[in-house]
Design a binder for this molecule. Structure first.
Ligand code: 0CN
Ligand code: SF4
Length: 324
């Protein structure tokens, strides 16, 4: 009994956000309406379980549009795509459903608008992440990526009068403030977004970890290694001095982690289904946990509409409804 007498505290909010819910539903509805296969550019969301489940239902995940046959139905992932990919997909004549989270699209729209007014951009984000590639790919040039404070000194914008800052939506809120301060110090007249680009779900899940961490001896985050927002949750706990691990599913739990612990916190990234959290809870119970409680927390009510063409039918026809 590695977790004998352990008390489990569940973070609130945790797990699926409105953008992930919508993205998965777009693939599910496309499968129902048009039949298999449905092609999806990049993992619809960064979660192994979700991707495997949709694969089993007939989704084919690709990175290159050259792997999509003529006449196919194609879905763009929640992380968004560059203009070049949008244009190529349209040129190739696929039936396209865009599952880009509306909060990512908002950043794309802002970039396009300010670019027309002559702005150059500094983007805070992680190099190589699909969202960063999609946002930077809204323009041919003129977006300078910074990953940390040191990068701020390295970039060389061509002018400083019309500079604006944008960010990836799933960053660490605290690290971003630090980087933003360094940017403002070097470019005092830089334009900031009216409302920060880090999304409500990222903010709320990190805030919940901040409340949870001091109350427990161990924080477990359910999320896949590729998921930026899930990784950030583990980091927030560690920064607060709480031992923390991220796992894809209950099988990755290590009984050793529970040695000498009496209270264990559990959260999940925005792309991690609740069914996986439940399995982790069951496993910890089997290890000897004596209670499971959900902390008080914000109730999220955000919901995004589906694209036209997939809206009809009202109720969720989803064979994957059990994920939520
Ligand atoms: O894990 P996700 O698929 O993506 P990142 O956290 O890596 O950006 O979660 C959905 C978020 C979006 C966009
Ligand atoms: Fe949208 Fe934020 Fe969810 Fe990403 S984490 S899909 S930006 S709501």
């Amino acid at each position: 009994m590695p977790a004998k007498n352990v008390k489990v505290l569940l973070a609130e909010p945790r797990g699926f956000c409105a953008g992930v819910d919508r993205a998965i539903e777009i693939v599910e509805r496309a499968l129902t309406k048009f039949g298999r296969p449905i092609y999806v550019r990049h993992e619809i969301v960064h979660n192994t379980f979700v991707v495997n489940d949709l694969k089993a239902k007939g989704a084919i995940f690709i990175e290159e549009l050259s792997d999509v046959p003529a006449g196919a139905t194609l879905v763009f992932s929640a992380h968004g795509v560059s203009r070049a990919i949008q244009e190529e997909a349209a040129r190739l004549g696929f039936q396209i459903f865009d599952a880009t989270c509306p909060l990512v699209t908002k950043v794309h729209v802002e970039v396009a608008k300010l670019h027309k007014e002559g702005y150059e951009f500094i983007m805070i984000g992680h190099k190589g992440h699909p969202e960063v590639e999609g946002t930077m790919g809204q323009l041919d040039s003129g977006i300078h990526l910074v990953e940390d404070v040191a990068d701020v000194q390295r970039i060389t914008p061509s002018q400083t009068e019309r500079l604006a800052v944008v960010t990836q939506t799933t960053l660490s809120v605290d690290d971003t403030v630090e980087i933003l301060n360094a940017i403002k110090q070097r470019f005092p007249s830089i334009r900031e977004p009216k409302q920060q680009d880090i999304c409500y779900a990222t903010q709320n899940r990190q805030d919940a970890i901040k409340l949870l961490s001091p109350q427990v001896d161990l924080v477990i985050v359910v999320g896949s290694p590729t998921s930026s927002n899930s990784n950030r949750l583990r980091e927030v706990a560690i920064k607060l001095g709480t031992e923390s691990y991220m796992i894809d599913n209950a099988d990755e739990l290590n009984p050793e982690w529970f040695k000498g612990k009496s209270r264990v916190g559990l959260s999940a990234g925005a792309s991690a289904p609740e069914v996986l959290v439940r399995e982790v809870v069951e496993r910890i119970k089997a290890y000897g946990a004596i209670s499971v409680r959900t902390m008080d927390g914000l109730v999220e009510t955000v919901k995004f509409p589906l694209p036209t063409g997939l809206r009809e039918g009202g109720k969720d026809p989803s064979p994957l409804g059990h994920l939520r």
